[in-house]
Design a protein around this ligand. Structure first.
Ligand SMILES: Cc1cc2nc3c(=O)[nH]c(=O)nc-3n(C[C@H](O)[C@H](O)[C@H](O)COP(=O)(O)OP(=O)(O)OC[C@H]3O[C@@H](n4cnc5c(N)ncnc54)[C@H](O)[C@@H]3O)c2cc1C
Length: 413
């Protein structure tokens, strides 16, 4: 991953060395033997990926998404073996709480799907939940499903593990090289222009995270996503209350998720009001970016804590030690953007992670690699078609708002 000269040509150039670009390159080498180059303008996995909370629950309403998350667990096992390294997947299990009728029905469907598809999932009593998560109010009238094999992982570590395994398998990875344009011959992509020269290639994979719409425009593709803020908080360490092996907790009716984080509790909420940024002004280094609304997250936290009281009325009294805020690429329907752009040969999008990109990284890499290699898609990817909204203007404020609203309306995952 050193600053060596760029190759003159490659089968596939991947734009972006975040977790999706790296996972795509790894799958391109492992499953298709393609000659692949990854170009990252900054450092690998340092942009969105390193900010992820990296919870990886299997319980999803979409069958395709469940398959893609399972693929991530399989990829982690493969990477550990290929790199001979423990990636420290914290397999603490995921507890899902349903306090409303609608969430009960959704949870029942997810447990049924888990059983049908071979995953472990158990119903727990309120007493068992109280023993597992002493801080939570565990009402006997609510329902509790536990997925014991779920976990979380350091997202930077996983993202860079995909990249190291890709490199070990023969991929070329260049950091500090920005792609500045694409070259086309008619409707066919023929290469990329970069700050370090040109590379001729047959296929470009756009894995540029929240900046992907800008890359898409060079190919005439109006990729339907915008940078939308996600944020979470980490309490001061209190290992008695928040043991390091405490389960992950998801409470859709409280809009809440949590996991342990070095002796404290990492927690976040689905905000009722979400905020998007224009991709042209969202900086390459997201640290400290002001979205222009509730910039330190206090209003959002205050409002969420009020609604969270039925589940734990003491959370607001626990000192906050860290606040993490960055954008994910959200689409108006909260689904990924994976596929070719109609009418342009050799352009594949792998973006629009909609806040689930660590959990789904293995599946996304596998799917994008198959498309880039001209192989059949491993699953039905029709829900992720890049052109499913028709032509959009990805910098139009009304479009940005649609993407922000998608996060606000998201219930889980
Ligand atoms: C606060 C927060 C919490 C989250 N929590 C979770 C969670 O619990 N679980 C989960 O699964 N996901 C979570 N996510 C989402 C997850 O982090 C993302 O889905 C994932 O990191 C997206 O990876 P990516 O590779 O698409 O994007 P990125 O990591 O942003 O990678 C894109 C890369 O492209 C590069 N790039 C852009 N333009 C160019 C160019 N022109 N030339 C070269 N390089 C370029 C960028 O520098 C960047 O490194 C969270 C995200 C945030 C912000």
């Amino acid at each position: 991953m050193s600053p060596t000269a760029l190759p003159a040509s490659a089968d596939v150039v991947v734009v972006g060395g975040g977790i999706w670009g790296a996972a795509t390159a790894e799958a391109l080498r492992r499953h298709h033997g393609a000659d692949v180059v990854v170009l990252e303008r900054g450092s690998l996995s340092a942009a969105t990926t390193s900010h992820g909370a990296a919870l990886m629950p299997r319980a999803r309403s979409s069958a395709t998404l469940r398959v893609m998350v399972r693929e991530t667990y399989a990829a982690i096992a493969h990477l550990e073996s290929a790199l001979d390294e423990d990636l420290q997947l914290h397999r603490v299990g995921a507890l899902h709480v349903a306090s409303s009728e609608a969430t009960r029905a959704a949870l029942q469907a997810q447990v049924d799907a888990a059983h049908a598809e071979g995953d472990r999932a158990d119903w727990l009593t309120a007493d068992t939940v109280r023993a597992k998560v002493p801080w939570m109010t565990a009402d006997p009238d609510w329902r509790y499903a536990f997925f014991p094999d779920d976990g979380f992982i350091d997202p930077y570590r996983l993202g860079t593990a995909y990249a190291r395994a890709a490199k070990q398998a023969g991929a070329a990875i260049h950091q500090g090289v920005a792609v500045t344009g694409l070259t086309l011959n008619g409707h066919r992509v023929t290469g990329v222009e970069t700050t370090a020269g040109r590379i001729a290639c047959g296929v470009v994979v756009c894995a540029a995270g929240p900046w992907s719409a800008l890359v898409g425009q060079w190919a005439g593709a109006s990729l339907p996503l915008a940078p939308v803020r996600s944020h979470y908080w980490i309490t001061a360490p209190d290992e008695q209350r928040f043991p390091r092996d405490q389960v992950m907790v998801f409470i859709p009716d409280g809009r809440f998720y949590s996991r342990p984080e070095v002796g404290g509790l990492l927690y976040g909420f689905r905000d009722r009001v979400c905020v998007a940024a224009d991709p042209r002004v969202y900086p390459a280094d997201p640290a400290g970016f002001a979205f222009g609304h509730d910039d330190h997250g206090w209003e959002s936290l205050h409002e969420a804590l009020q609604a969270f009281r039925p589940y734990w009325d003491g959370l607001g009294d626990v000192p906050v030690a860290h606040y993490i805020s960055a954008a994910s690429g959200y689409t108006p329907d909260g689904q990924f953007v994976i596929g070719a752009w109609p009418g342009v040969d050799g352009f594949v999008a792998a973006t629009g992670c909609s806040g689930a990109g660590i959990a789904a990284s293995g599946g996304v890499g596998r799917a994008a690699a198959a498309l880039a290699a001209g192989a059949p898609a491993p699953w039905d990817l029709s829900a992720f078609r890049p052109d499913r909204f028709g032509p959009v203007d990805p910098v139009d404020p009304a479009f940005l708002q649609r993407c922000a609203d998608a996060r606000a309306n998201k219930r889980a995952g």
